[in-house]
Design a protein around this ligand. Structure first.
Ligand code: PA5
Length: 416
């Protein structure tokens, strides 16, 4: 059937989903739907950007939701200053490489941890803080920005006692939904990205969610299509494949959002289900030479979403004039490379569709702060809808906590 027919069959459940989500916003338990209109947040971020503007480099330490959002923004959009990421692993070689490349006199450290007690970024932070202190002495605290819970956690305590600049992860925003809060926006603003435009794009999507009929909303469509494929046909692999290197990190951000939000042992009523889609972060056109064979001929267990950036840059890269003797390559003569990537996406989509493999494409008019903000809010809303359609709590992560809890017993004893 058509999307409209499917939307009508889902209308009642989508409306119930929206009411439930709006009810939770009113109860102040879903802060990420409010953050696009939070003016105080922008002022708070700008004040810290100004206070640290004389430095050259920003080192951001965070993991999961406290890392992927900022990384995604900084990879997607042009920046004016240098931002380096670490603390998203405890790999000593990798951390040493990053830390030893820094000039501490010119570096600001942004440690991001909502709980303030996460092993990976806090380990990296303690090492970075020691090096910073050695290099600049007593005034080291002026070069640290702690983004953390307003009241709780080791990091909040440390920030207070040592006098760091501080920013807030709102208590009602989970890590993977925090990209458009201080977590993702401070590194973005520090690097010169227009964060107000990011929020304006998110606001536009949020208004679609609030005002438009559920049968006409793209995030609701995304959710119902994926719910239908999973629940009716068992297609539990959700592929996101942007045709843009600038959005490669975006597909990793998406992967975390879907996995942590929708992979759950129980329904909200406590029925055991051990349920969840598996998100796949792919990259077009690159993965046409890696994944597409499987997508075309392997199990029919996937739903594919492509992202295409429509607008050509004014000075878009072009192929040179080619001789007729070059055979099929002659058709590439003088073409903008953008035409090639668009045709690759279209050909892949058509080939998959012709063999009955469901796929859709999100067309982004251009890759700028506004449209990126829209894209973030789009996927957060779609994920929230999916949680409702599956009757699971998309906003907790008990499975992450379990491994964290067991960690302390596994550290070798007497090793100080
Ligand atoms: O989405 C989540 O909740 C997680 O991925 C967290 O962001 C991650 O575990 C890091 O947690 P914290 O910000 O408390 O250091």
């Amino acid at each position: 059937g058509t999307i409209q027919e499917l939307a009508h069959s889902y209308q009642e459940s989508l409306e119930a989903a929206r009411s439930e989500l709006q009810h939770n916003v009113q109860k102040a338990s879903l802060g990420w739907m409010d953050s696009p209109t939070d003016q105080k947040m922008i002022k708070r971020i700008q004040a810290v950007v100004r206070a640290t503007a004389s430095f050259d480099t920003l080192l951001v330490l965070g993991i999961g939701g406290s890392d992927l959002g900022a990384r995604t923004i900084l990879e997607a959009l042009p920046t004016k200053k240098h931002v380096v990421f670490a603390g998203d692993n405890t790999d000593p070689d990798e951390l040493e490489e990053v830390l030893s490349s820094l000039n501490w006199k010119k570096t600001v450290v942004n440690i991001v941890s909502k709980s303030g007690d996460t092993i990976e970024p806090m380990s990296a932070f303690f090492i970075a803080r020691e090096r910073l202190q050695k290099a600049v002495g007593k005034k080291f605290a002026q070069q640290i920005v702690a983004t953390t819970d307003a009241l709780r956690g080791t990091l909040r305590t440390l920030a207070g006692s040592e006098g760091y600049h501080t920013l807030v992860v709102p208590g009602n925003v989970g890590g993977r939904f925090s990209v458009l809060t201080d977590v993702g926006l401070f590194p973005a603003a520090w690097a010169g990205i227009d964060v107000k435009k990011l929020l304006a794009g998110a606001r536009a999507q949020q208004q679609v969610f609030e005002r438009r009929s559920v049968v006409d909303q793209l995030p609701a469509h995304y959710a119902m299509i994926h719910a239908e494929h999973l629940l009716k046909y068992g297609r539990s692999l959700f592929v996101l494949m942007p045709y843009s290197n600038k959005l490669h990190a975006f597909s990793r951000w998406y992967r975390q959002l879907i996995a942590e939000s929708l992979g759950k042992a129980q329904t909200r009523r406590g029925t055991q289900i051990e349920f969840g889609p598996t998100p796949i972060a792919a990259l077009g056109a690159n993965d046409q030479h890696s994944q597409i064979q499987l997508y075309m001929e392997g199990p029919r267990d996937k739903v594919h979403t492509f992202i295409e950036i429509e607008k050509k840059k004014k000075k878009s890269l072009r192929l040179p004039s080619l001789a007729k003797e070059y055979g099929p390559m002659y058709d590439l003569s003088k073409r903008p490379l953008q035409d090639v990537i668009h045709a690759e996406r279209a050909a892949t989509a058509e080939a998959l569709a012709s063999s009955g493999r469901p796929n859709g494409t999100l067309f982004l008019p251009k890759l700028d702060a506004y449209h990126l903000g829209e894209l973030f809010q789009f996927f957060m809303l779609a994920t929230a809808y999916l949680g409702e359609l599956f009757d699971i709590n998309a906003f907790d992560q008990p499975g992450v906590e379990e491994g964290k809890r067991r960690f302390w017993d596994k550290l070798p004893k007497g090793n100080k």
